[in-house]
Ligand binder design. Structure first.
Ligand code: CTP
Length: 454
């Protein structure tokens, strides 16, 4: 049995367990798995306990080991405590059984073997004994699977997946996160059970999707989701991208071009989501001209609308939806050459704001995902030019030098549309480079001139 060091905060809990009379306490799940894989451990500790998690959590609070009143979930036999700023989940060793019609499990105390069997994959069912530091492998496969990088469910896959269908997504995430090989029949079983994902809340699905998106092989995970029938359960719009032929700039259809673009981005969630959604508007906008040229007019605008629909369905935060939609809607703004005028660049800076660096990365990835040999969009030149412009007119200053109050005072106009129009004209003059953003004097003169000419 391998041995691992026991974290000092967990040692405090073990000492409390000694006093409380608990003899079974294990660290289990991701923290053990990651340590055995030689990865940095997540500060997310899950403890399995042979006894009541609620009672022990209350004891930890009473004795000052945990700093928070325990948050307990009696129906699941779990409790949350906080030790040295670490959030730790205590869960009674348990087995879950289901009445045929209900999705709600009946949770009962169980042996270590039963607790291990109800988990998602064997390498997540390894237990670190907090007294000896030994890693225990109740399924009998965990350590060997870890060594050979095998992806296996502790029980018949369909049983594991039917119990919690989200595990089908977790399995795909773990496969690509850790480079695991699925055992025979595992993927077939996901295909068979895929429709069951529809009973899972869209928030849980979204969280798994996000973890995949920032992982090391998001394109491979997405392709698995599609091929195994899971994507169809929560974002069928993406299926329409397959086999959509794109014409001479592309060697791939819309779906595989999208996957290539995702692969070529840094692991930043908003950027990767933008890459995933950037061409979602292509299938409904595709036309072929008489010359045979394939076009996707307005796909970025249609795509931004579709992006908002899908992301709202998946209950993403409004800020995230806005950021991704902004990138999707503007991903064609740079065109194919960097010969953008200064006014065009200033407008780009105004419209994109803080999202401009992400737009550049998205355009770079999009361009690299096109047919090899085509000239790439020279994003670096554009980056440099924006940097130069920022020195004289930072993005925050790309606005009218005068506010509405002052315009009203100068013109005698009442509050209303006309004042707004003048303000917009001043902003346009700043963007065109005809008016300095701080040049209030010239702005006043312009306003007076416009007022006289009316
Ligand atoms: N688990 C499970 N089925 C799930 C979720 C979790 O069997 N649907 C079990 C696994 O043993 C897992 C442990 O609960 O290792 C802890 O779950 P969680 O904290 O969600 O995941 P981690 O494995 O720690 O990994 P990550 O943080 O990357 O999700």
């Amino acid at each position: 049995m391998p041995k691992l060091p026991v974290d000092p905060s967990l040692a405090k809990i073990r000492e409390a367990a000694d006093k409380f009379g608990i003899r079974q306490l294990w660290l289990v799940g991701g923290a053990v798995r990651d340590q055995l894989l030689g990865l940095e451990t997540t500060p997310d500790f899950d403890l399995a306990i042979g006894g009541s998690a609620q009672d022990f959590a209350a004891y930890l609070y009473k004795t000052g080991v945990s700093s928070i009143t325990p948050v307990t979930y009696p129906q699941f036999g779990t409790a949350m405590v906080r030790v040295d700023q670490l959030q730790i989940e205590l869960a009674q060793l348990r087995k879950e059984s289901y009445r045929s019609k209900s999705r709600k499990p009946i949770v009962e105390p169980a042996t270590l073997e039963e607790d291990a069997a109800r988990r998602d994959i064997t390498i997540n069912a390894l237990y670190l004994d907090l007294w000896t530091g030994e890693v225990v492998d109740p399924t009998g496969h965990g350590l060997a699977d870890m060594a050979s990088r095998i992806l296996r469910t502790p029980r018949e896959p369909s049983v594991t997946f039917n119990e919690d269908p989200l595990r089908m997504m977790r399995v795909i995430r773990f496969r690509w996160q850790f480079g695991l090989t699925p055992v025979e029949r595992l993927y077939e079983s996901i295909k068979d059970c895929s429709a069951r994902l529809s009973i899972i809340s869209l928030e849980r699905i979204r969280d798994e999707l996000c973890k995949m998106m920032v992982g090391p092989a998001p394109d491979k995970a997405l392709e698995d989701l599609r091929q195994l029938g899971l994507l169809a359960q929560f974002a069928p719009e993406f299926l329409d991208m397959l086999d959509v032929e794109q014409g001479s700039f592309h060697h791939l259809d819309v779906w595989y071009h999208t996957l290539a673009a995702v692969r070529l981005t840094e692991p930043d969630l908003v950027l990767r989501l933008a890459a995933l959604f950037h061409d979602i508007g292509k299938p409904p906008t595709r036309t072929v001209e008489d010359t045979g040229r394939t076009r996707f007019f307005g796909h970025e605008v249609v795509g931004a609308k579709m992006t908002a629909q899908v992301m709202r369905r998946l209950k993403f935060a409004n800020d995230t939806i806005d950021e991704v939609c902004l990138l999707v809607r503007n991903h064609m703004r740079l065109g194919s050459s960097p010969n953008l005028t200064k006014p065009a660049l200033r407008r780009l800076m105004r419209d994109l704001g803080d999202e401009l660096p992400r737009l550049f990365s998205l355009v770079e990835a999009d361009s690299k995902a096109c047919k090899p040999g085509l000239p790439l969009v020279d994003v670096n030149t554009i980056r440099e030019r924006v940097k130069e412009i920022t020195l004289t007119t930072p993005a925050a200053k790309l606005q009218s030098p005068l506010d509405g109050e002052e315009i009203m005072r100068l013109t005698g106009l009442p509050q209303g549309q006309k004042v707004g129009e003048i303000k917009r004209r001043l902003e346009e003059a700043v963007l065109d480079g005809d008016l300095g953003p701080d040049d209030t004097e010239a702005a006043r003169a312009l306003v007076k001139k416009w007022a006289q000419n009316r």
